[in-house]
Design a protein around this ligand. Sequence first.
Ligand code: UD1
Ligand code: UDP
Length: 382
Amino acid sequence: MEKLRIMSVFGTRPEAIKMAPLVKELKTREEIESICCVTAQHRQMLDSVMEVFGLKADCDLDIMTPNQTLSMITTKCLTGMDGAIERFQPDMILVHGDTSTTFAGALSAFYHKVKVGHVEAGLRTYNKYSPYPEEMNRRLVTALADLYFCPTANNRENLLREGIQNGVFVTGNTVIDALKTTVRKEYRFTTDLLNSLDYEHRKVILVTCHRRENYGEPMQNIMEALRDIAEANEDVELVYPVHLSPTVRQTAWRYLTGTPRVHLIDPLDADEMHNLMARSYMVMTDSGGLQEEAPALGKPVLVLRRETERPEAVDAGTVALAGVRYADILRMGNELLHDEAVYARMAHAVNPYGDGFACRRIADAIEWHFGRRAQRPEDFSA
Ligand code: UD1
Ligand code: UDP
């Protein structure tokens, strides 16, 4: 029998980090020919992940332009995917999460009548504009997909409520698989700054902020609160690897340049980032991926957004929604820095998002779906 041709399509940093262990798992399967197609919606940030995880693309659509609009990303991906699908004739296309690459990859598969597997399916806020455009991207991909790989049982419940019953698997999040390969006790950073920070005696706050719905006033509020937290607390070191989006960079530099104890640095490679997180005191972020990684490492997280599609760690008590108002962020940040009881309540490792075997379950599920494996994989339960 011919091998199944499974094409993984991704383009941004988080998709690449979360798809890397899956691409590797698929490569180990005798029944599967694994094809890796990158849109390069992110150029530098994608390339860095490919290098860290030792991945090589079979096909690179190279679509990124500076300050790209959502329509630009979607149309360039769709056009590029036509050629990729014709060339590789996949039996199934795997997309991840909720970016514009995800949506365009799934839509293109549908146009070519190729099956779609959605990795990280079933996350919802039920607010069309938050996160924007991600909430709508993932809902549209739900309509297009054939197989759904949900990180948690809660994600499966969301799909069930929407009438999706078939092809749904609970697998855990592949980000935990990735984290298992990057975090090392003896890890040495590549920069003097990160090697020289006194992680034991100072409180290192790891910050990231990049979401489109935070552009403008919310991001300004966030930056002002971060500035005032760093200014008021002499035992703090705030490390902020700034996303390459020009809008984000302008805002971060405008509000934080010259602030004592604030380190604005370029995006970190994934292994540097994960090891920095493992040594930090707490995390403040609007990122999706960090909300999953930090709890696994026992680090409290303040989410710089109005709502989250990842309620599991909030329920477990390690993540709190700080919102995007200056006063709330300042108050909650200071509380975590000064109130030992609050800190202790939040700083414990929980793993609602996975056990590190998500990729194995996803590959098994694909083989089972195509009749190449007798047993349906067992669902992950936290
Ligand atoms: C995208 C995703 C978002 C995800 C984020 C992860 C969409 C609509 N948004 O948002 O869901 O959370 O990635 O980081 O898909 N840039 C570079 N080099 C890079 C990467 C970005 O220069 O390696 C700059 C470019 O000017 C680019 C801009 O950043 O135009 C914005 O990138 P884009 O992918 O459009 O949006 P993100 O905000 O990164
Ligand atoms: N990340 C990284 N370097 C950085 C910032 C983030 O490697 O400088 C990693 C982070 O650990 C996580 C992923 O990128 O694995 C999250 O991506 P991002 O915050 O860009 O997107 P989101 O998860 O919000 O979609």
